[in-house]
Design a protein around this ligand. Sequence first.
Ligand SMILES: [Fe+2]
Length: 245
Amino acid sequence: MGALTQGLTLELTPHSTWAQQFWDDLIPVKERVSQHPLFVEMANGQLSLNSFRHALLNFYPLVAHFPSYMALALSKATDFTQSGVTESRDWLIQNIKIEERHLNWYRDWAVGFGLTVDELDRVQPPVAMNAVNHFLWNMNYRGSLAESLAATNLAIEWATGDWSIQVYKGINAYIDHPEVNINKRSLAWLRAHAHYDDMHPYEAMELIKRLCDDQPELQKKAFKAAREGLEYYELALDACYKPKI
Ligand SMILES: [Fe+2]
């Protein structure tokens, strides 16, 4: 997850009818993720520190492997005669580069909340939390380029940008906790995703539009990929939220 900051810019075009429907139908599914009780409690300081750590620990593979998912999508962006493929290639390369720093920023956040890098690197999330990772590996390996972008960059980055804004605003609720270190460094991941990631879902949608132009079957598949990406995200949150630890 990152932003298209320098170099190339992707022009966002007005939505045609199918694209508007695609976007609008995803909103309620996305909201179930970004307004999940886990994030609401994180944002207002009600989530216990143990539960906060449990979430940081078990969502680590999603963050850590995100550029690898995109690399699989990039490996399919080869037929430059097809609409949208060159732009998708350029965009993915840039996004992957930005993710290089995000791994360390996420580690800094988790360490600031009392985890160790070794714990993160060895984590084996419960299956319901890991399902989103299996889905993304699978989709980015086997799906079309449009489905890969829909599942990964539209679904996951859209919801993540949304909840990051709320959690970043409320994170000072944890500042007085003796086991928590909140500073510029430990907040870098949150700050980045709350601020400059917000163009990504729009850019991903633009790429999907170009890739699916005049291909109703592919549009349907891309929609399903985005919806399922969000549903797996929600499943992980439900599983993470349930055991009140
Ligand atoms: Fe990121």
